[in-house]
Design a binder for this molecule. Structure first.
Ligand SMILES: Nc1ncnc2c1ncn2[C@@H]1O[C@H](COP(=O)(O)OP(=O)(O)OP(=O)(O)O)[C@@H](O)[C@H]1O
Ligand SMILES: [Mg+2]
Length: 225
């Protein structure tokens, strides 16, 4: 199996004035195609920081992150954005949908940015929103949707470009148990044909146990359990 994301001796510190907070220390691991992985660890241990690095939203202080075998520190911001768009989907803890746009346009946006024609992008978006059970909510704006529905739109948006890896940061963190279960089942469904790797940050052990690998982050170091 090929590597989709690789961390080589990755360290990360936040620098604020004279304050340096070392968060990640010399991490080495990779995510292979089709693999499902949970990242667990206490609040503040650096999970979101790590996910942002792996998604190419930030660059490491030391070491290298490779996405699809390309070192993200060695390419321009523009190329990094393109590499990310081509390979990765990202679901945030809080949905980060655009409030002025309908579900349909929120989902279509990544395709429109990639240069898809509008008709094709909207048709594809309608299909994926139907798949996540929102065929009757196409024209609703995020403020007109429930928390679980918003998270389903966010998942549809992350998957519309058919990424090789879906990164999700506490995707069910602010949902009730029933909605969390639905959203999780939807994410796992995406991995069924083993074409999409999943990387999920979670506090919930029942979610982590559904993944094939569990990585625990403690004191800036990662251990496979
Ligand atoms: N912009 C920043 N500047 C300085 N320190 C930061 C910044 N962002 C995060 N930190 C610190 O880095 C550490 C790791 O933060 P991070 O958000 O990665 O944790 P987390 O594991 O995702 O936590 P949670 O489970 O609560 O989401 C925390 O101690 C946090 O205070
Ligand atoms: Mg976090």
């Amino acid at each position: 199996m090929s590597n989709i994301i690789e961390c080589r001796s990755v360290s990360f510190s936040y620098n604020e004035g004279n304050n340096q907070t070392s968060v990640l220390k010399n991490l080495n691991f990779e995510i292979k195609s089709g693999e499902t992985t949970a990242i667990i660890g206490q609040s503040g241990c650096g999970k979101s920081t790590l996910l942002n690095l792996m998604a190419g939203l930030d660059t490491p202080t030391d070491g290298d992150v490779l996405i699809a075998n390309t070192n993200i520190s060695k390419i321009s911001e523009k190329d990094r954005t393109e590499l990310r768009a081509k390979n990765l989907g990202f679901v945030y803890q809080f949905h980060h949908l655009l409030n002025d746009f309908s579900s349909l346009y929120n989902v279509a946006l990544p395709l429109l940015i990639m240069g898809f024609d509008k008709g094709g992008a909207l048709l594809k978006s309608k299909k994926i929103l139907t798949k996540v059970g929102l065929e009757n909510r196409l024209n609703h704006k995020p403020s007109e949707l429930s928390g679980g529905e918003r998270q389903r739109v966010a998942i549809a948006r992350a998957m519309i470009t058919e990424p090789t890896c879906l990164l999700a940061d506490e995707p069910t963190g602010n949902l009730d148990a029933a909605n969390a279960k639905d959203v999780l089942e939807l994410i796992i469904e995406l991995n069924k044909d083993k074409t999409t790797a999943l990387l999920i940050v979670t506090h919930d052990l029942s979610i982590a146990n559904k993944m094939s690998r569990k990585l625990t982050l403690t004191n800036g170091e990662i251990n496979e359990t």
